[in-house]
Write a protein that binds this ligand. Sequence first.
Ligand code: HEM
Length: 412
Amino acid sequence: MTTETVTADWGSINIPTVDWESPEFHSGIERAVAAVANYQGGPGIVRSQRGIEVVGYDAAAAIVRNNDFSLGMKARMDSIGIDGEATRESFLNFLFSRDGAHHLRARRACAPWFASSSADRMRADVRAWVGEWLDDAAGEAGDFDFLWKIANKLPATLYCLIIGAPLTDAPLIQHLSEECMLLSAPPLPGHRERLEEAASKTKAYLLELTEQRRQNPGEDLLSFLVAAEARGEIDESDILAVSFNALVGSTDTTAAQMCCNLEALAQNPEQWQLLRREPERIPHAVMELMRYNPGAWSITRSAKETLTYRGAELTPDVTVFPLIFAANNDPAVFPDPRTLDVTRPHAKQPLNFGAGIHGCLGRMFSLLEQEEVLRATLERWESVEVVEADFSGAMFFLVPRAFRVSFTPAAS
Ligand code: HEM
């Protein structure tokens, strides 16, 4: 790691440079946090090959909330070489890719549905599914495939319930989401074609389901949105903006986080035992687990128009990365950050769900899933160890490729 005086688009200000491609950023969170620890005070920014990394909590939260910046979806697609008009339109139409009135119209239309009462209505279903899946796997104590039997299955099944799709569509949803998440992976040959196919299949699927909800409405999100459409408040592209965004935003993110939660607790067995004794701590424990071992590592931003940021000129083609993992481990906000303590108060919200006008709409759903999985495993397992953990892609999100555990069943 070096510190250099940057003189190009940053004017004559001194900004440290980190090598994002070095193993420090690709060998787990401990090393990544250590690599940025010296830069979290002061301006809280460093430079890397891919753009500007924002490593201090306050600086990262401020950028995320700053409406002079947008998500930067155009730059992302350009870097992968996505030039197909229909695919570009689909991804630029995502709720979090939108700006200004275009964004607000769709967000306002769906926000009441996302309020916590919708999530609470689904808690009993989630509890029943997780209980059943874990009980089915009771005989697999020595080697339990947590990724495929719980983590990937639950968010896709819940998404089906959210949009009023048959629950049997969950494997299809999981597959489409995983393909769309290639947007967040380092661009490799073949990704462009796979993304284009996934975007077109997902759009067709959601439009067909929307039409079914127009004919036969229920209590789900799509029915809520088609009612707003019928009142003339939104149109079909707004419905897609919300439903497509919720698909890619809800499934792999929550799956990765559930693996990260279990990994952190397996490494801290005293915290596991504390939660077994005091399960009322589970909701707060989930936020502490997300802080300590986030599945989503970064948000992205780029300036909507060239602007001056902290004395430097930022053009729209520069990507700014407010780093969740770094902000959540800023000792100025979370003292002794590399200690997992499910009882610690949080002076500020961990940054996992973003903040401001684009803050995560589905956080109550994700928290519900994480809480219920934690509750059900704590009840059934005396202790847990990780047998295999393989995560790829620390660019924005960790993608679990394998996550298997062994557990000691609790005495009944
Ligand atoms: C651990 C799980 C999750 C994480 C880490 C996460 C993270 C985020 C973040 C960081 C943002 C803001 C993006 C930005 O500002 O650029 C966001 C937005 C969003 N999330 Fe989540 N999310 C999760 C789960 C969910 C779930 C379960 C849903 C839906 C059921 C969901 C739906 C959305 C939507 C629709 C937006 C766009 C909001 C807007 O632009 O107005 N997310 N999420």
